[in-house]
Ligand binder design. Structure first.
Ligand code: APR
Length: 251
């Protein structure tokens, strides 16, 4: 039994309002690379120079070639035990809110309801001019020159992925819901996030400031480790599978 899972399972069953925040580490076991670990997407890349609003406007070909690579990973990805166990905890009423920084839609694919998507979703794309949204297949196209940049079928404006780019504000409703959940949380789980990016990384800190307990399921250290009552350094799929077994929950 993973050290501490039994105690954590007892705390989860006794909790009034448990909340989870997931990051890219929740989807690596589905074959999707994360950003900041040794094999992450940001290895040798300054993300702000690549996936920001300025990058979309000034270097659209490079921008779209990056997203074409993202889509190539994404379309075949399936939920892994992390997504499945978190969805099961929601079904059992043990997890009240699920907040994600991920844009891959795998929590929803695993059956999680009401997922708070802080950074948007790659499922859709949006027109920079008229704001209309379309399925992402419209922008999953080869882009070799500026003429290939995908444009809005309605107004001809440039299309962008439905994700929050650097230099963009996060969806206000998602932010409000996420901080509301963190304020209510008496138990907060961080699963697969370096907690390097705000404002998402403030959510567990808010929960701890309100007196909540913190559990971190992450392969590498985070700035909040010293505030965590539990830290699981195993792969999150393995730790959450052990948690489901301890709780007697079928996934
Ligand atoms: N189990 C547990 N932890 C894992 C696993 C795993 N199987 N795989 C990776 N990790 C950990 C890594 O050690 C890393 O600390 O997950 C963390 C992922 O951190 P990041 O790559 O920084 O991803 P994330 O925290 O989601 O980044 C936040 O940054 O670039 C932006 O918009 C992007 O939403 C993203 C945000």
């Amino acid at each position: 039994m993973l050290e501490g899972i039994r105690e954590f399972a007892r705390a989860l069953k006794a909790s009034r309002y448990a909340v989870a925040l997931t990051g890219a580490g929740a989807s690596t076991e589905s074959g999707l690379p994360d950003f900041r670990s040794k094999t992450g997407l940001w290895k040798g890349i300054d993300p702000v120079s690549l996936i920001s609003m300025s990058a979309l406007r000034q270097r659209p070909v490079e921008f779209y070639q990056f997203y074409r690579m993202r889509f190539s990973h994404l379309w075949g990805a399936q939920p892994n035990p992390v997504h499945k166990v978190l969805a099961a905890l929601q079904r059992e009423g043990l997890l009240k809110r699920l907040i994600t920084q991920n844009v891959d839609g795998l929590h929803q694919a695993a059956g999680s309801p009401d997922v708070i998507e802080l950074h948007g979703s790659l499922r859709e794309c949006a027109c920079l001019s008229c704001g209309r949204t379309f399925p992402s297949q419209l922008i999953d196209v080869p882009v070799e020159t500026a003429e290939d940049i995908p444009r809005c079928p309605e107004c001809g404006g440039i299309l962008k992925p439905g994700v929050v780019l650097f230099e963009e504000a996060l969806p206000p409703d998602a932010i409000e819901e996420a901080f509301d959940a963190a304020m209510k949380a008496d138990l907060f789980l961080v699963v697969g996030s370096s907690l390097e990016v705000g404002p998402a990384n403030q959510l567990p800190a808010v929960a701890v400031q309100q007196g909540g307990d913190l559990a971190i399921f992450n392969l590498t250290p985070t700035f909040l480790d010293s505030r965590a009552r539990w830290i699981f350094r195993e792969k999150a799929g393995q730790a959450l599978t052990a948690l489901a077994e301890e709780l007697g929950i079928s996934v």
